[in-house]
Structure formats: C-alpha cells, structure tokens
Design a binder for this molecule. Sequence first.
Ligand code: GLU
Length: 323
Amino acid sequence: MHSTRNSSTYRGRFAPSPTGLLHAGSLVAALASWLDARAYGGKWLVRIEDVDTPRCVPGTDQLILQQLAACGLQPDEPPVWQSQRTALYQRALDQLVARGMAYACACSRKDIEAALAQSGHSKPRNGELVYPGTCREGLHGKPARAWRFRTSNLVSNQAPAPVEYAQVATENIASSKSEVWWTDRRLGLQQQDVERDVGDFVLLRADGLFAYQLAVVVDDAQQGITHVVRGEDLADNTARQILLQRALHLPTPQYLHTPLVLGPNGEKLSKQNGASPVDTSTPDAAFAALCQAAAALDLLPAAGTPADALALWTRQWGDRYSL
Ligand code: GLU
C-alpha cells in the first residue's frame, strides 16, 4: 500500500533522553528528523524521554532544548516529558494484560541466565539475553518483578489498525506471528522474528519504571507521529515496537534510521563512551556543529547563512528520501 497521505498530516519527532547533552551523533538524529519534517511540510516535535529516571541528569532537558534552539531547530509544539505521562503507559499495559498479551515475570537476570544455560542457549544477543519464557504460563508461586510482552500466540498480524501510515505491505508475508517485516526508508526491507531473536520483552521493569519500548509506542501514537527518523542504533527496536503497535491497535509510523557517527576509535558515539557535548555557545559554534551533522548525513557543504544552509539541506533531503 503506497502512501496517499498529504504532507499536512506529517508529524515527526526528535526524542532525546536527558542523560547528557547532545553530542555529534544525537545532533545528526535531530537534524535529520527536522529536515524530514520540513521537506514534507510537516510538524516537528520534541519529546524528552526521561522515563528511565535513574539515568537522567537533572537540568539536561532544558540544556538540550537550548542546544536545539541555538542550531535553529525549534519544535512546532511544546515539548512533552515522558515522566509526566506514566498514566498513559499504565493504561496501555492494563489493556495488554486484559487481553492476555502481557504477563508478570518473577525472573531475575540470574534466573534467566541459569534457564538459558540449562537449555544450551546462553549466548546473549547484543548483550541482551533472549528471555526463555519461564513465566509465560505463570509465576510458579514466586513474586512478580516485571511485566513482559507475550511475543507469540495472541498477536494477530491482521489486528485492525485505525490508520496505517507505513507501506508495510510486506507484513502479510510474515510466516509467524512474532515475525515482523518492515521497510526502512533508508535501509530497505527489514525482518526480525521477535520471539526467536529477543523473546518476551519487558514492559514494566522490576524497579517499577516503564520500559522504553512501551513508552515510545504509546507516545508516538498519542502524539500522532507518522514518521520516525532516528539513529541506526535504534533500528533493532523497531520490530518490537511494531508488534506492540499491532497488539494495542495503534498505527505504525514510517521509519528512517540515519547513519551512525563513529568516534576516532571506530565505535559509535554515545554518552556512555564519553562523546563530548556539541558546542552551541555562540552562533558560529552552533552553525559549525550543524554543518558537521549535515556532513555526517552526506549533505552538501553549506553556503550563506544558517537559514540558507537549512533550506538547501531540506531540498536535498527531500530529493533523496521519498515518503
Ligand atoms: N530516547 C531515545 C534515545 O535518546 C530515542 C528513542 C527514539 O527515537 O525512538 O536514544
């Protein structure tokens, strides 16, 4: 199904976690999502993803908003904070529980490691253990720690979505209910069997915090996001998010994952490996940072003012990535 939407319905977002200031890599995702929204006459929103409160650094949210503003990237609506939206996430979890699509889990990481070792499947994938399904059929008398999404059996690929933004016609070729096919606007056709590759994933963590996967799906839908543009490090989450959208009867946005910025050691830049914050302390510094982000996206070198540069990049972006 190809898109028939018009650009006035386009809603995109940048969703930084306030665990540190924007670095060169996160500015690339910010710029790319802004350019995509501008290229298609859409709205660009900023959502502060502070759901994982222990990892957040107080005050960073405002500093990120200032960094964006210094680069000329102004959200079209007031930003929202995930920490103020837990009632929405709870409601979604309640729905999944009521439909038998989420279940309580008593397993600690140690329990999961032991169960995997016993079944000879102890190899973690991207550092994450594939949940072996221990509590699928019940807690065996143990106290609940977390809530997990049931990746198979109950999720129908034919779940009636109220609006279908994505041209995921290919989803019909899914051979198992936990196998997801989707088309990334940059990476092309993608596939993941979530049950096999990830397992039943966490929705509400043992520390009482909602997991990123649930919060992002609820928020993208609640904010009417039609297009998600974000770093390629997040591409692997997309299949999980699409399964959750189907389970909650929410629309699936279109996805575009941008190239990652690598540090001198060849590793992806991240706050965790000490990437330095983007300097936006003067207009010249902010423009230089923006030009660096544009170069990482393989856009033409800018000529003229920042506004001229953004206009040039917007045209180039629109020529490169169709909706
Ligand atoms: N908050 C996530 C991050 O900073 C981004 C989530 C998303 O764009 O879906 O990595």
